[in-house]
Design a protein around this ligand. Structure first.
Ligand SMILES: [Cu+2]
Length: 102
């Protein structure tokens, strides 16, 4: 039995803002984003695929639904106010990632 290796990205805090980059290509890489609670956050999506599946990214807990441009960085800005795990997904809810707020 093999376990899928966890694909974790830890945000780096710079000038009071934590940033983490996510490559979008057949999924979100990384798909677990570790954030610090209460710190303004930029999640920078780099969409490498024109698959319509990734036209949008949705963060239901943060009321965010955004269109992702192709081959261009696009930052989602939010501030996690509570610790816990919060999902995000493509617009069709097929591909998923998780914000892990500590
Ligand atoms: Cu999709």
């Amino acid at each position: 039995m093999f376990f899928k290796k966890k694909n974790v990205g830890k945000a780096v805090i710079k000038d009071g803002v934590q940033e983490v980059r996510v490559t979008v290509d057949g999924g979100y890489k990384p798909d677990r984003l570790e954030l610090s609670v209460g710190v303004p956050t930029k999640i920078i999506f780099d969409r490498q695929t024109d698959s319509a599946c990734f036209d949008q990214v949705v963060f239901p807990d943060f009321d965010i639904k955004a269109d992702l441009p192709v081959h261009e960085d696009f930052a989602i800005e939010l501030t996690p106010r509570e610790k816990g795990e919060f999902g995000f997904s493509c617009g069709m809810d097929m591909y998923h990632g998780t914000l892990v707020v500590k």
